[in-house]
Write a protein that binds this ligand. Structure first.
Ligand SMILES: Nc1ncnc2c1ncn2[C@@H]1O[C@H](COP(=O)(O)OP(=O)(O)OP(=O)(O)O)[C@@H](O)[C@H]1O
Ligand SMILES: O=P(O)(O)OC[C@H]1O[C@H](OP(=O)(O)OP(=O)(O)O)[C@H](O)[C@@H]1O
Ligand SMILES: O=C(O)c1cccnc1
Length: 479
């Protein structure tokens, strides 16, 4: 993973633009690009940023091999040898700043900022968005699941249904960051140090002449670690009675049946019955695990019905983000070098949502010192100085909606990650990211965090950014 060569993992138009810049002699001009998304996924009030670790590895390994060069020569006979020679020496030499993984983020604020030669800034757009969009999406979905089962044990079970191996592995990591406790994927566990968990499949039961024998043999192999899947034949009539029998046998030997897993039928009803039966048999420590196409809505519904489930295996719906399979993150050029200075650039659109915010910017989280809560995110020019107190915030569209926060802390969200092509950021472990994420969610008022119809959190522009945008919009209207 750390040494993966993904240099050609880009759209052909990036290489075409690089070629055209090279022909034009403008390939070394610098520019600033920002990655952001426009709309929260799943009707959520926020997203959980993820993807930076893979982006860092990707940038460190950028390098066109001889094989890549030969392939490009074959793909486009118009590419001149001089251009291919230039690619041979290609490295990422730019600066990159990013919000940390696990940060709660909002639409239209810069999440990653790239300052690089235009040649480099083009190449990396596709992969950056690919990593950020998927991992942020899955982390956000995981956060929603965690929100409805904050005290329970959450296991990520999605690998078999994920959109291929990368999605399974990086998705397991994203899920762990934002609330899951374990994954069933051992490779993800090995790469990132995520705890791994597993029960057994129906095939284990089917491979024996009787369910009882299957349960007994499994429990003998993994005493204290066995969670028995009770629905191969009939959960109530055979699975549970057999599991209880084995649980009592284990108890006699001083061992504990760890759990039973329900995987079909009415999970609320079955879990309530199962809890009663287990408790009556004295197996109070045996937990009830559920799986079967679960997501945050089903889990919340089951809890509402009084389900006695404390451990959840969540696969397909999480790893494929089934109700919204893509985060529409974009990467836009916001400033270009002209005579040694950056000139802000804008992308105008008939759709007001798609008009970009120009300039070499940064973003601060304005935390009210009196409440300790985040009040708004504030996008300012990178070289702007923020007031020490009394920061004036206004809605960039309905500008009459405003407020002043008197005592605040401004936390800069974009952190330096690459400087002149060097990775200068210590990549945190997934455990550190998880701890950071847990701190993040406490910084927001519950109305922004609820999963249904949350209140919009403010992402505001400084006066300078706002007036630069208005000025460029006026100029564009004249053209
Ligand atoms: N009490 C409940 N309330 C709401 N949804 C539930 C309840 N119990 C189960 N579900 C969910 O209903 C969905 C469909 O379950 P369904 O009963 O069709 O599956 P099944 O036929 O029992 O299982 P399978 O098709 O895997 O054999 C699943 O997503 C499941 O998690
Ligand atoms: O439902 P998910 O959230 O994706 O969780 C993972 C599912 O994978 C396994 O099923 P299996 O592959 O045996 O298929 P099944 O649907 O027939 O149980 C397991 O028993 C879960 O039901
Ligand atoms: O361990 C399990 O029970 C498991 C793992 C992956 C998918 N389904 C179930």
């Amino acid at each position: 993973m750390r040494h993966e060569d993904l240099t050609l993992h880009t759209d052909k138009y990036q290489i075409n633009m690089m070629y055209a810049h090279w022909k034009n002699g403008t390939q070394n001009k610098k520019c600033v690009c920002e990655a952001f998304y426009r709309k929260n996924p799943f009707g959520n009030g926020y997203a959980v940023f993820a993807g930076l670790e893979r982006i860092a590895y990707y940038l460190q390994n950028l390098n066109f091999s001889e094989e890549d060069i030969n392939y490009l020569r074959e793909q486009e006979e118009q590419y001149e040898e001089g251009f291919l020679e230039e690619l041979r020496n290609f490295r990422f030499t730019g600066n990159l700043a990013s919000v940390k993984e696990g940060t709660i983020v909002f639409p239209k604020e810069p999440l990653i900022r790239v300052e690089a030669r235009i040649f480099e800034a083009h190449l990396i757009e596709t992969a950056l968005l690919n990593f950020m969009n998927y991992q942020t999406l899955i982390a956000t979905k995981a956060a929603r699941v965690k929100q409805v089962a904050p005290e329970d044990y959450l296991m990520e079970f999605g690998t078999r249904r994920a959109q291929e191996a990368d999605a399974a592995i990086w998705g397991a990591r994203a899920a762990y960051i934002a609330g899951f406790d374990a994954t069933s994927n051992l490779l993800a566990g090995k790469y990132f140090g995520i705890p791994t968990k597993g029960t057994h499949a129906h095939s284990w039961v089917q491979s024996f002449a009787s369910e009882e024998d299957a349960f007994r043999k499994f429990a003998e192999a993994l005493p204290d670690q066995s969670t028995l899947l009770v629905d191969t034949y009939d959960s109530m009539k055979s699975g549970l009675p057999n599991a209880i029998k084995i649980g009592l046998e284990l108890k006699d030997k001083g061992k504990t049946l760890k759990g039973i897993r329900l995987d079909s039928g009415d999970l609320a009803y079955l879990s309530i019955q199962a809890r009663k039966m287990l408790d009556e048999a004295g197996l109070n420590d045996t937990v009830i695990v559920a799986s079967n196409d679960l997501d945050e809505d089903v889990i919340s519904e089951l809890k509402g019905q009084g389900a006695m489930i404390t451990s959840w295996g969540v696969g397909t719906q999480l790893i494929t983000a089934a109700d919204q399979p893509a985060l529409g993150g974009v990467y836009k050029l916001v400033a270009r070098e002209n005579n040694g200075e950056y000139v802000p650039t804008i992308k105008v659109s008939g759709n007001v949502e798609k008009v970009t915010t120009p300039g070499f910017k940064t973003v601060y989280r304005i935390v009210n010192e009196d409440t300790g809560k985040a009040e708004a995110d504030y996008i300012a020019m990178e070289d702007e100085k923020l007031p020490e107190k009394d920061i004036y915030l206004f809605d960039p569209v309905e500008t009459y909606k405003d407020k002043t926060i008197h005592r605040f802390q401004a936390q800069e969200l974009l952190q330096p990650v690459f400087k002149d092509g060097e990775l200068i950021y210590d990549l945190p472990t997934v455990h550190e990211i998880k701890t950071y994420y847990n701190g993040q969610i406490k910084m927001f008022w519950p109305e922004h965090m609820r999963k249904l119809n949350p209140q919009t959190y403010f992402v505001d522009l400084s006066k300078k950014v706002w007036s630069t945008k208005m000025e460029l919009l006026k100029q564009a209207a004249k053209n």
